[in-house]
Design a protein around this ligand. Sequence first.
Ligand SMILES: Nc1nc2c(ncn2[C@@H]2O[C@H](COP(=O)(O)OP(=O)(O)OP(=O)(O)O)[C@@H](O)[C@H]2O)c(=O)[nH]1
Ligand SMILES: [Mg+2]
Ligand SMILES: [Zn+2]
Length: 356
Amino acid sequence: MLTSYGWSERLQNDFAPYAAEGLVPARILIQHRGGYRLVTPDGESDGLASGRLLKTTSEADRPATGDWVAGEARDGQFLVQHLLPRSTAFIRKASGSRGGAQVVAANADVALLVASLNADLNLRRLERYLATAYESGAQPVIVLTKADLADGLEDTVAEVEAIAFGAPVLAISSKTGQGLDALLEHLQPGRTAVLLGSSGAGKSTLLNALAGEERMDTGAIREADDRGRHTTTHRELVLMPYGGLILDTPGMRELGLWEASGGVSEAFEDVETLAAQCKFSDCGHGREPGCAVRAAIAAGDLPEERWLAYQKLQGELAFEKRKEDPHAALVNKRLWITRNKQGRARMKAKRGEDPS
Ligand SMILES: Nc1nc2c(ncn2[C@@H]2O[C@H](COP(=O)(O)OP(=O)(O)OP(=O)(O)O)[C@@H](O)[C@H]2O)c(=O)[nH]1
Ligand SMILES: [Mg+2]
Ligand SMILES: [Zn+2]
């Protein structure tokens, strides 16, 4: 039963001590204020986190959609006792004054970074999403939706490819089915993909198109400014007919960086490679002689905007680091250790073959 939801040998090993306590595994499908919807070895069930789990953990350590947990059925509810280690996690700075980290999606193998070709395609925002995706440990795939409405499709795809730095870029239409087969090649049975992107980008419509039925509600965008209306309000993991899973999320303009320094390096590998070639190792990339960055910008090899975006992200990261609370840093460190290293290795290998 759980195999189709992505249960693996690694999870089996992580779960072993809990099996000895008589607990059973489950995966969280939906997370809402009142509790969880889970899939257990006996089918779907509503559930709650145990008081002890809530008391002893901070927000980022609490079960979120996509998480695997250990627990037990009690009075018709599944009582979640423990969180199993995550292979990947998308962590967002929680809004509000308390700060803290919020887990947007756990255990996603693939990150579908969704943006509409219709309007509001923002390369800088895609760069930030890419950095966060690399940081999460999931493999990013950029999905440009509404190809049926787009003019100059090829130019736009080329522009996005120039900042994607090896991540696949696919133009699709959920209305005509264009590009869906190419997308399915990245979505294998047993693997989990998470849909991320602004409201109205077409995340839920894409899920429905791939499902062949209306699994999620969708909503028209506002005509005045092409923005979405925040139709999806909860995170939900859906088992798809092709055997894989897709996690739909409410639209977010920004994921918000959470110490994504590793991710920034991967998303801006071209910039960092250049910077390493400057004559002076402490080059400030201003007026220093032999600055490879300035030379590349002058030669038109590195777009100035991309350089500025990189500097801005570095600045934001430094700011986050300064105000970060020590507990959140610790949580992040643990994720670094448990996340999926294979995916990153695969991405690296791929980029080695095709360094476009
Ligand atoms: N023409 C066209 N319209 C699309 C396509 N994909 C989505 N749409 C439309 O875009 C609007 C928003 O789609 P949703 O799927 O609700 O967007 P979402 O990203 O899930 O938005 P939130 O749930 O608010 O985050 C709807 O009116 C869809 O019909 C597409 O490929 N082509
Ligand atoms: Mg939606
Ligand atoms: Zn320099």
